[in-house]
Design a protein around this ligand. Sequence first.
Ligand code: B12
Ligand code: SF4
Length: 420
Amino acid sequence: MQITLVYPKWNKIPEQTEFHLPPHGPVCVAASIPDHHQLRFVDENVDPLDFAQPTEVVLLSMMLTCQLPRGKEIAAEYRKRGVPVICGGIATMLHAQEMAGYVDSVFLGETEGGRLAAVLEDCRNGTLQPKYDFFHDFPPIDTIGPARREILNRQRYIYRGVQMVDLVHASRGCRFNCFPCATAFLGGRQFRPRPIDRVVEELAGIENNRLFLVDNSLAQDKKWVMELFEAIKPLKKKWISHPILDEDEVVAKAAEAGCWYVYQAVFDTSQVIRDRVKRLKDHGIGVEAAVLLGPDNQDADYIKRLVDFLLEIDVEMAEFSILTPFPHTPVTAQMEKDGRILHRDWSRYTTAEVCFQPKKMTPEELQAMYHYAWDNFYREMPQSLRMARLFSEVVKKEMADGSYVPRRLAAKRGWELPRS
Ligand code: B12
Ligand code: SF4
Protein backbone atom coordinates (compact mmCIF):
# COMPACT_ATOMS: atom_id res chain seq x y z
CA MET A 1 0.00 0.00 0.00
CA GLN A 2 1.01 3.61 -0.48
CA ILE A 3 1.05 5.11 3.01
CA THR A 4 1.35 8.77 4.02
CA LEU A 5 2.55 9.39 7.56
CA VAL A 6 1.88 12.94 8.76
CA TYR A 7 3.08 14.84 11.80
CA PRO A 8 0.69 17.83 11.96
CA LYS A 9 1.92 21.34 12.38
CA TRP A 10 1.57 23.36 15.54
CA ASN A 11 2.50 26.93 16.20
CA LYS A 12 5.91 27.14 17.74
CA ILE A 13 6.23 29.23 20.87
CA PRO A 14 7.80 32.54 19.80
CA GLU A 15 10.13 32.59 22.80
CA GLN A 16 11.63 29.17 22.08
CA THR A 17 14.64 28.51 19.88
CA GLU A 18 13.75 28.71 16.20
CA PHE A 19 15.00 25.30 15.14
CA HIS A 20 12.95 22.13 14.81
CA LEU A 21 13.99 18.77 16.19
CA PRO A 22 13.25 15.69 14.13
CA PRO A 23 10.06 14.14 15.52
CA HIS A 24 10.65 10.86 17.29
CA GLY A 25 7.25 9.14 17.37
CA PRO A 26 6.94 8.98 13.54
CA VAL A 27 10.39 7.44 12.99
CA CYS A 28 9.44 4.70 15.46
CA VAL A 29 6.09 4.20 13.74
CA ALA A 30 7.90 3.97 10.40
CA ALA A 31 10.11 1.21 11.79
CA SER A 32 6.96 -0.83 12.47
CA ILE A 33 5.76 -0.62 8.86
CA PRO A 34 6.72 -3.68 6.82
CA ASP A 35 9.03 -2.98 3.87
CA HIS A 36 6.56 -4.05 1.20
CA HIS A 37 4.56 -0.85 1.84
CA GLN A 38 5.62 2.45 0.28
CA LEU A 39 5.96 5.21 2.82
CA ARG A 40 5.97 8.97 2.45
CA PHE A 41 6.52 11.06 5.55
CA VAL A 42 5.67 14.74 6.01
CA ASP A 43 6.57 16.69 9.12
CA GLU A 44 4.30 19.65 8.53
CA ASN A 45 6.40 21.80 10.83
CA VAL A 46 9.10 21.88 8.20
CA ASP A 47 7.50 20.82 4.89
CA PRO A 48 4.15 21.50 3.22
CA LEU A 49 1.65 18.68 2.95
CA ASP A 50 0.39 18.12 -0.59
CA PHE A 51 -3.05 16.53 -0.39
CA ALA A 52 -3.01 15.85 -4.13
CA GLN A 53 -0.23 13.24 -3.83
CA PRO A 54 -1.80 9.80 -4.23
CA THR A 55 -2.09 7.67 -1.10
CA GLU A 56 -4.15 4.69 0.05
CA VAL A 57 -4.08 5.38 3.76
CA VAL A 58 -2.99 8.20 6.06
CA LEU A 59 -1.33 7.70 9.42
CA LEU A 60 -1.61 10.76 11.65
CA SER A 61 0.95 10.90 14.43
CA MET A 62 0.29 13.43 17.18
CA MET A 63 2.39 14.03 20.27
CA LEU A 64 1.01 17.29 21.60
CA THR A 65 -2.51 18.43 22.44
CA CYS A 66 -1.94 21.57 20.35
CA GLN A 67 -1.47 19.36 17.25
CA LEU A 68 -5.10 18.22 17.47
CA PRO A 69 -6.78 21.09 15.62
CA ARG A 70 -4.53 20.70 12.58
CA GLY A 71 -4.73 16.90 12.85
CA LYS A 72 -8.50 17.13 12.56
CA GLU A 73 -8.26 19.39 9.48
CA ILE A 74 -5.87 16.99 7.78
CA ALA A 75 -8.12 14.03 8.54
CA ALA A 76 -11.14 15.85 7.13
CA GLU A 77 -9.32 16.77 3.95
CA TYR A 78 -8.18 13.19 3.24
CA ARG A 79 -11.51 11.63 4.19
CA LYS A 80 -13.21 14.02 1.78
CA ARG A 81 -11.01 12.39 -0.88
CA GLY A 82 -12.04 8.91 0.27
CA VAL A 83 -8.70 8.08 1.92
CA PRO A 84 -8.98 6.31 5.30
CA VAL A 85 -7.20 7.98 8.22
CA ILE A 86 -5.72 6.19 11.24
CA CYS A 87 -4.47 8.28 14.13
CA GLY A 88 -2.09 7.38 16.94
CA GLY A 89 0.54 8.83 19.24
CA ILE A 90 0.57 10.40 22.67
CA ALA A 91 -2.00 13.13 21.95
CA THR A 92 -4.30 10.53 20.41
CA MET A 93 -4.13 8.52 23.63
CA LEU A 94 -4.82 11.63 25.70
CA HIS A 95 -7.81 12.61 23.52
CA ALA A 96 -8.95 9.19 22.34
CA GLN A 97 -12.70 9.71 22.53
CA GLU A 98 -12.56 13.11 20.89
CA MET A 99 -10.36 11.94 18.01
CA ALA A 100 -12.65 8.98 17.29
CA GLY A 101 -15.13 11.44 15.80
CA TYR A 102 -12.62 12.70 13.22
CA VAL A 103 -10.84 9.63 11.83
CA ASP A 104 -11.62 6.15 10.53
CA SER A 105 -9.56 4.39 13.14
CA VAL A 106 -7.97 5.28 16.46
CA PHE A 107 -4.87 3.34 17.49
CA LEU A 108 -4.03 3.40 21.18
CA GLY A 109 -0.64 2.14 22.25
CA GLU A 110 2.70 1.30 20.69
CA THR A 111 3.15 0.00 17.16
CA GLU A 112 5.93 -2.53 17.65
CA GLY A 113 5.55 -6.31 17.91
CA GLY A 114 3.66 -6.52 14.60
CA ARG A 115 0.70 -4.47 15.80
CA LEU A 116 0.72 -1.77 13.18
CA ALA A 117 1.54 -4.33 10.50
CA ALA A 118 -1.69 -6.17 11.39
CA VAL A 119 -3.71 -2.93 11.26
CA LEU A 120 -2.33 -2.17 7.81
CA GLU A 121 -3.35 -5.64 6.68
CA ASP A 122 -6.90 -4.92 7.91
CA CYS A 123 -6.83 -1.70 5.97
CA ARG A 124 -5.70 -3.47 2.81
CA ASN A 125 -8.46 -6.05 3.21
CA GLY A 126 -11.11 -3.40 3.81
CA THR A 127 -11.66 -4.55 7.40
CA LEU A 128 -10.18 -1.56 9.25
CA GLN A 129 -11.60 -1.40 12.79
CA PRO A 130 -12.67 1.92 14.37
CA LYS A 131 -10.43 1.27 17.35
CA TYR A 132 -7.28 -0.74 18.11
CA ASP A 133 -6.81 -0.72 21.82
CA PHE A 134 -3.34 -1.68 23.02
CA PHE A 135 -3.39 0.89 25.81
CA HIS A 136 -1.13 -0.38 28.62
CA ASP A 137 -0.73 -3.63 26.69
CA PHE A 138 2.87 -2.90 25.78
CA PRO A 139 4.73 -4.88 23.14
CA PRO A 140 7.73 -6.80 24.52
CA ILE A 141 10.47 -4.23 25.01
CA ASP A 142 12.95 -6.22 22.92
CA THR A 143 10.71 -5.86 19.85
CA ILE A 144 11.66 -2.18 19.78
CA GLY A 145 14.35 -1.95 17.15
CA PRO A 146 16.18 1.00 15.63
CA ALA A 147 13.98 3.88 14.51
CA ARG A 148 13.69 4.44 10.75
CA ARG A 149 15.38 7.84 10.52
CA GLU A 150 15.83 7.62 6.73
CA ILE A 151 12.29 8.98 6.34
CA LEU A 152 13.38 12.39 7.67
CA ASN A 153 14.03 15.23 5.28
CA ARG A 154 17.46 15.89 6.75
CA GLN A 155 18.05 19.38 5.33
CA ARG A 156 15.06 20.64 7.30
CA TYR A 157 16.71 19.86 10.62
CA ILE A 158 19.79 21.99 10.07
CA TYR A 159 19.95 25.29 11.89
CA ARG A 160 22.55 27.90 10.95
CA GLY A 161 24.62 25.19 9.35
CA VAL A 162 24.44 22.87 12.36
CA GLN A 163 22.77 19.48 12.06
CA MET A 164 20.23 19.04 14.85
CA VAL A 165 20.51 16.16 17.28
CA ASP A 166 19.04 12.76 16.43
CA LEU A 167 16.53 11.40 18.92
CA VAL A 168 16.72 8.00 20.49
CA HIS A 169 15.23 6.35 23.54
CA ALA A 170 16.86 3.77 25.76
CA SER A 171 13.75 3.21 27.87
CA ARG A 172 10.04 3.93 27.84
CA GLY A 173 7.70 4.77 30.69
CA CYS A 174 8.28 6.40 34.04
CA ARG A 175 7.50 5.15 37.50
CA PHE A 176 6.92 8.61 38.99
CA ASN A 177 3.69 10.60 38.93
CA CYS A 178 4.54 14.31 38.94
CA PHE A 179 1.57 16.66 39.09
CA PRO A 180 1.79 18.36 35.66
CA CYS A 181 2.66 15.24 33.68
CA ALA A 182 0.63 12.72 31.66
CA THR A 183 3.31 10.06 31.61
CA ALA A 184 1.89 8.06 34.53
CA PHE A 185 -1.42 7.83 32.69
CA LEU A 186 0.26 6.90 29.41
CA GLY A 187 2.70 4.36 30.74
CA GLY A 188 0.95 3.03 33.84
CA ARG A 189 3.96 3.97 35.98
CA GLN A 190 5.97 1.13 34.47
CA PHE A 191 9.60 1.82 33.72
CA ARG A 192 10.56 -0.26 30.68
CA PRO A 193 14.27 -0.19 29.95
CA ARG A 194 15.39 -1.55 26.60
CA PRO A 195 18.07 -4.24 26.53
CA ILE A 196 21.33 -2.31 26.59
CA ASP A 197 22.89 -4.14 23.65
CA ARG A 198 19.96 -3.06 21.47
CA VAL A 199 20.41 0.55 22.52
CA VAL A 200 24.12 0.40 21.75
CA GLU A 201 23.34 -1.16 18.37
CA GLU A 202 20.92 1.65 17.57
CA LEU A 203 23.26 4.42 18.71
CA ALA A 204 26.17 2.95 16.81
CA GLY A 205 24.09 2.95 13.64
CA ILE A 206 23.32 6.67 13.80
CA GLU A 207 25.80 8.73 11.79
CA ASN A 208 25.07 11.92 13.72
CA ASN A 209 27.45 12.28 16.65
CA ARG A 210 24.98 14.42 18.62
CA LEU A 211 21.96 12.79 20.14
CA PHE A 212 19.06 13.44 22.44
CA LEU A 213 18.15 10.55 24.74
CA VAL A 214 14.45 11.31 25.03
CA ASP A 215 13.83 8.90 27.90
CA ASN A 216 11.40 10.43 30.36
CA SER A 217 13.95 10.29 33.15
CA LEU A 218 17.34 8.68 33.64
CA ALA A 219 16.75 8.67 37.37
CA GLN A 220 14.70 5.52 37.66
CA ASP A 221 17.07 2.59 37.99
CA LYS A 222 20.62 3.24 39.09
CA LYS A 223 22.03 -0.14 38.09
CA TRP A 224 20.56 0.10 34.60
CA VAL A 225 21.71 3.70 33.95
CA MET A 226 25.21 2.91 35.19
CA GLU A 227 25.37 -0.06 32.81
CA LEU A 228 23.91 2.01 30.01
CA PHE A 229 26.46 4.79 30.43
CA GLU A 230 29.33 2.30 30.59
CA ALA A 231 28.10 0.59 27.42
CA ILE A 232 27.65 3.75 25.34
CA LYS A 233 30.90 5.42 26.43
CA PRO A 234 33.07 3.82 23.72
CA LEU A 235 30.76 5.23 21.01
CA LYS A 236 31.91 8.76 21.90
CA LYS A 237 28.47 10.15 21.13
CA LYS A 238 27.55 13.46 22.72
CA TRP A 239 24.05 13.58 24.10
CA ILE A 240 21.38 15.63 25.82
CA SER A 241 18.82 14.11 28.18
CA HIS A 242 16.04 14.69 30.62
CA PRO A 243 17.11 14.51 34.31
CA ILE A 244 19.77 12.05 35.44
CA LEU A 245 19.87 10.45 38.89
CA ASP A 246 21.39 13.08 41.16
CA GLU A 247 24.27 11.09 42.63
CA ASP A 248 27.88 11.94 42.19
CA GLU A 249 29.01 8.64 40.68
CA VAL A 250 26.06 8.56 38.27
CA VAL A 251 26.62 12.11 37.06
CA ALA A 252 30.35 11.42 36.69
CA LYS A 253 29.61 8.33 34.63
CA ALA A 254 27.11 10.24 32.49
CA ALA A 255 29.75 12.87 31.73
CA GLU A 256 32.28 10.19 30.77
CA ALA A 257 29.63 8.61 28.54
CA GLY A 258 29.23 11.84 26.57
CA CYS A 259 26.48 13.73 28.38
CA TRP A 260 26.57 17.24 27.00
CA TYR A 261 23.64 18.93 28.65
CA VAL A 262 20.59 18.06 30.69
CA TYR A 263 17.06 19.45 30.90
CA GLN A 264 16.68 19.93 34.60
CA ALA A 265 13.36 20.87 36.19
CA VAL A 266 13.88 23.87 38.46
CA PHE A 267 10.80 24.29 40.61
CA ASP A 268 12.15 26.30 43.55
CA THR A 269 15.16 28.15 44.86
CA SER A 270 16.22 25.43 47.29
CA GLN A 271 19.66 24.16 48.19
CA VAL A 272 18.70 20.82 46.62
CA ILE A 273 18.37 22.46 43.20
CA ARG A 274 21.48 24.56 43.73
CA ASP A 275 23.49 21.42 44.57
CA ARG A 276 22.00 19.44 41.70
CA VAL A 277 22.90 22.09 39.14
CA LYS A 278 26.36 22.52 40.63
CA ARG A 279 27.00 18.79 40.49
CA LEU A 280 26.14 18.68 36.80
CA LYS A 281 28.22 21.74 35.99
CA ASP A 282 31.17 20.49 38.04
CA HIS A 283 31.22 17.45 35.79
CA GLY A 284 31.19 19.62 32.68
CA ILE A 285 27.51 19.01 31.90
CA GLY A 286 25.50 22.05 30.84
CA VAL A 287 22.08 22.70 32.33
CA GLU A 288 18.94 23.85 30.57
CA ALA A 289 16.45 24.67 33.30
CA ALA A 290 12.88 23.58 32.58
CA VAL A 291 10.83 26.01 34.60
CA LEU A 292 7.11 25.67 35.14
CA LEU A 293 5.28 28.89 35.92
CA GLY A 294 1.90 29.01 37.65
CA PRO A 295 1.72 26.27 40.29
CA ASP A 296 -0.34 27.25 43.34
CA ASN A 297 2.64 28.19 45.51
CA GLN A 298 3.83 30.86 43.05
CA ASP A 299 3.02 34.55 42.96
CA ALA A 300 4.69 37.28 40.92
CA ASP A 301 7.45 37.78 43.50
CA TYR A 302 8.16 34.08 43.58
CA ILE A 303 8.69 34.09 39.81
CA LYS A 304 11.01 37.10 40.05
CA ARG A 305 13.07 35.30 42.70
CA LEU A 306 13.14 32.17 40.55
CA VAL A 307 14.56 34.10 37.59
CA ASP A 308 17.21 35.75 39.80
CA PHE A 309 18.08 32.33 41.18
CA LEU A 310 18.53 30.85 37.70
CA LEU A 311 20.92 33.65 36.81
CA GLU A 312 22.77 33.23 40.09
CA ILE A 313 23.26 29.45 39.75
CA ASP A 314 24.29 30.15 36.16
CA VAL A 315 22.27 27.62 34.20
CA GLU A 316 23.25 27.75 30.54
CA MET A 317 19.69 28.01 29.22
CA ALA A 318 16.18 28.25 30.63
CA GLU A 319 12.86 27.28 29.12
CA PHE A 320 9.81 28.75 30.80
CA SER A 321 6.43 27.05 30.39
CA ILE A 322 3.09 28.00 31.79
CA LEU A 323 1.45 25.20 33.76
CA THR A 324 -1.18 23.83 31.37
CA PRO A 325 -4.12 21.59 32.28
CA PHE A 326 -3.37 18.82 29.80
CA PRO A 327 -5.79 15.92 29.99
CA HIS A 328 -4.96 12.98 32.25
CA THR A 329 -2.53 14.76 34.53
CA PRO A 330 -2.92 14.92 38.34
CA VAL A 331 -3.05 18.73 38.25
CA THR A 332 -5.89 18.75 35.73
CA ALA A 333 -7.95 16.33 37.82
CA GLN A 334 -7.67 18.78 40.71
CA MET A 335 -8.37 21.87 38.59
CA GLU A 336 -11.43 20.24 37.08
CA LYS A 337 -12.77 19.58 40.57
CA ASP A 338 -12.12 23.21 41.52
CA GLY A 339 -13.61 24.60 38.29
CA ARG A 340 -10.40 26.47 37.41
CA ILE A 341 -10.00 25.53 33.75
CA LEU A 342 -10.70 28.58 31.59
CA HIS A 343 -11.22 26.91 28.20
CA ARG A 344 -10.44 23.85 26.11
CA ASP A 345 -9.23 25.50 22.94
CA TRP A 346 -6.43 23.01 22.26
CA SER A 347 -4.67 25.34 19.81
CA ARG A 348 -3.92 27.54 22.84
CA TYR A 349 -2.58 24.66 24.95
CA THR A 350 0.99 25.46 23.95
CA THR A 351 2.39 26.23 27.45
CA ALA A 352 2.87 29.83 26.29
CA GLU A 353 -0.68 30.86 27.26
CA VAL A 354 -2.55 30.76 30.55
CA CYS A 355 -5.49 28.35 30.29
CA PHE A 356 -6.44 28.11 33.97
CA GLN A 357 -7.16 30.31 36.95
CA PRO A 358 -3.94 30.61 39.00
CA LYS A 359 -4.22 30.69 42.77
CA LYS A 360 -2.11 33.69 43.72
CA MET A 361 -2.23 35.68 40.48
CA THR A 362 -4.77 36.67 37.88
CA PRO A 363 -4.38 34.92 34.50
CA GLU A 364 -3.16 38.25 33.08
CA GLU A 365 -0.55 38.59 35.82
CA LEU A 366 0.76 35.09 35.21
CA GLN A 367 0.89 35.78 31.48
CA ALA A 368 2.86 38.95 32.15
CA MET A 369 5.23 37.07 34.48
CA TYR A 370 5.84 34.48 31.77
CA HIS A 371 7.09 37.25 29.47
CA TYR A 372 8.99 38.78 32.37
CA ALA A 373 10.81 35.47 32.95
CA TRP A 374 11.87 35.02 29.30
CA ASP A 375 12.87 38.67 28.91
CA ASN A 376 14.84 38.92 32.11
CA PHE A 377 16.65 35.62 31.92
CA TYR A 378 17.88 36.38 28.40
CA ARG A 379 18.41 40.14 28.85
CA GLU A 380 22.16 40.11 29.50
CA MET A 381 22.94 37.23 27.18
CA PRO A 382 20.43 36.45 24.42
CA GLN A 383 19.28 32.95 23.68
CA SER A 384 21.22 32.65 20.41
CA LEU A 385 24.46 33.49 22.22
CA ARG A 386 23.78 31.08 25.04
CA MET A 387 22.98 28.39 22.51
CA ALA A 388 26.21 29.13 20.66
CA ARG A 389 28.08 28.81 23.96
CA LEU A 390 26.54 25.39 24.54
CA PHE A 391 27.52 24.30 21.05
CA SER A 392 31.07 25.50 21.56
CA GLU A 393 31.21 23.23 24.62
CA VAL A 394 30.20 20.18 22.64
CA VAL A 395 32.72 21.00 19.94
CA LYS A 396 35.43 21.18 22.64
CA LYS A 397 34.38 17.78 23.95
CA GLU A 398 34.40 16.33 20.46
CA MET A 399 37.79 17.82 19.66
CA ALA A 400 39.15 16.35 22.87
CA ASP A 401 38.14 12.77 22.05
CA GLY A 402 38.50 12.96 18.28
CA SER A 403 34.80 12.58 17.55
CA TYR A 404 34.37 16.03 15.99
CA VAL A 405 32.45 15.41 12.79
CA PRO A 406 34.82 16.98 10.24
CA ARG A 407 37.49 14.66 11.63
CA ARG A 408 35.30 11.61 11.29
CA LEU A 409 34.30 12.64 7.78
CA ALA A 410 37.92 13.22 6.88
CA ALA A 411 38.83 9.82 8.25
CA LYS A 412 36.05 8.25 6.23
CA ARG A 413 37.30 9.93 3.08
CA GLY A 414 40.94 9.17 3.81
CA TRP A 415 42.07 12.80 4.26
CA GLU A 416 44.95 13.66 6.53
CA LEU A 417 44.20 16.38 9.12
CA PRO A 418 46.63 18.14 11.46
CA ARG A 419 46.78 16.43 14.85
CA SER A 420 45.74 18.92 17.50
C1 B12 B 1 10.58 13.38 23.94
C2 B12 B 1 9.55 14.36 24.41
C3 B12 B 1 9.69 15.68 24.00
C4 B12 B 1 10.77 16.13 23.05
C5 B12 B 1 10.19 16.00 21.64
C6 B12 B 1 11.21 15.74 20.63
C7 B12 B 1 10.62 15.32 19.33
N1 B12 B 1 10.91 16.11 18.35
O1 B12 B 1 9.97 14.31 19.19
C8 B12 B 1 10.95 17.61 23.49
C9 B12 B 1 11.91 17.68 24.64
C10 B12 B 1 11.40 18.58 22.42
C11 B12 B 1 9.57 17.88 24.03
C12 B12 B 1 9.05 19.12 24.13
C13 B12 B 1 7.83 19.38 24.68
N2 B12 B 1 7.02 18.50 25.30
CO1 B12 B 1 7.33 16.61 25.34
N3 B12 B 1 7.60 14.79 25.66
C14 B12 B 1 8.48 13.96 25.24
C15 B12 B 1 8.27 12.59 25.90
C16 B12 B 1 9.19 12.52 27.11
C17 B12 B 1 8.48 11.35 25.07
C18 B12 B 1 7.85 11.34 23.69
C19 B12 B 1 8.49 10.31 22.83
O2 B12 B 1 9.24 10.63 21.93
N4 B12 B 1 8.25 9.03 23.12
C20 B12 B 1 8.83 7.91 22.39
C21 B12 B 1 7.98 7.59 21.14
C22 B12 B 1 8.55 6.47 20.35
O3 B12 B 1 6.73 7.19 21.61
P1 B12 B 1 5.37 7.76 21.04
O4 B12 B 1 5.53 9.12 20.51
O5 B12 B 1 4.33 7.49 22.04
O6 B12 B 1 5.10 6.83 19.75
C23 B12 B 1 4.65 5.50 19.86
C24 B12 B 1 3.12 5.38 19.97
O7 B12 B 1 2.48 6.50 20.51
C25 B12 B 1 2.66 5.07 18.59
N5 B12 B 1 2.34 6.13 17.65
C26 B12 B 1 2.86 7.37 17.53
N6 B12 B 1 2.32 7.99 16.47
C27 B12 B 1 1.47 7.14 15.89
C28 B12 B 1 0.68 7.28 14.75
C29 B12 B 1 -0.10 6.20 14.36
C30 B12 B 1 -0.96 6.33 13.13
C31 B12 B 1 -0.08 5.00 15.09
C32 B12 B 1 -0.89 3.85 14.63
C33 B12 B 1 0.68 4.88 16.24
C34 B12 B 1 1.47 5.95 16.62
O8 B12 B 1 3.74 4.34 18.06
C35 B12 B 1 4.98 4.85 18.55
C36 B12 B 1 5.96 3.72 18.67
O9 B12 B 1 5.48 2.74 19.55
C37 B12 B 1 6.77 12.72 26.33
C38 B12 B 1 6.37 11.94 27.55
C39 B12 B 1 5.97 10.53 27.25
N7 B12 B 1 6.19 9.64 28.10
O10 B12 B 1 5.47 10.20 26.24
C40 B12 B 1 6.62 14.22 26.55
C41 B12 B 1 5.29 14.90 26.23
C42 B12 B 1 4.76 14.41 24.92
N8 B12 B 1 5.67 16.30 26.10
C43 B12 B 1 4.84 17.14 26.59
C44 B12 B 1 5.00 18.54 26.61
C45 B12 B 1 4.01 19.32 27.45
C46 B12 B 1 6.03 19.16 25.95
C47 B12 B 1 6.28 20.66 25.86
C48 B12 B 1 5.06 21.49 25.56
C49 B12 B 1 6.96 21.08 27.14
C50 B12 B 1 7.42 22.52 27.12
N9 B12 B 1 6.71 23.35 27.76
O11 B12 B 1 8.38 22.85 26.55
C51 B12 B 1 7.29 20.75 24.72
C52 B12 B 1 6.59 21.08 23.38
C53 B12 B 1 7.49 21.32 22.26
C54 B12 B 1 7.28 22.64 21.59
N10 B12 B 1 6.38 23.46 22.03
O12 B12 B 1 7.98 22.92 20.67
C55 B12 B 1 3.63 16.42 27.15
C56 B12 B 1 2.45 16.51 26.20
C57 B12 B 1 1.27 17.16 26.82
C58 B12 B 1 0.23 17.44 25.81
N11 B12 B 1 -0.93 16.88 26.07
O13 B12 B 1 0.41 18.15 24.84
C59 B12 B 1 4.20 14.97 27.37
C60 B12 B 1 3.15 13.87 27.28
C61 B12 B 1 4.88 14.96 28.76
C62 B12 B 1 3.99 15.53 29.83
N12 B12 B 1 4.42 16.61 30.43
O14 B12 B 1 2.93 15.04 30.12
N13 B12 B 1 8.96 16.73 24.41
S1 SF4 C 1 7.73 14.80 35.03
FE1 SF4 C 1 9.32 13.35 34.39
S2 SF4 C 1 9.78 12.21 36.27
FE2 SF4 C 1 7.80 13.20 36.60
S3 SF4 C 1 6.26 11.69 36.00
FE3 SF4 C 1 6.67 12.98 34.22
S4 SF4 C 1 8.25 11.89 33.07
FE4 SF4 C 1 8.23 11.03 35.13
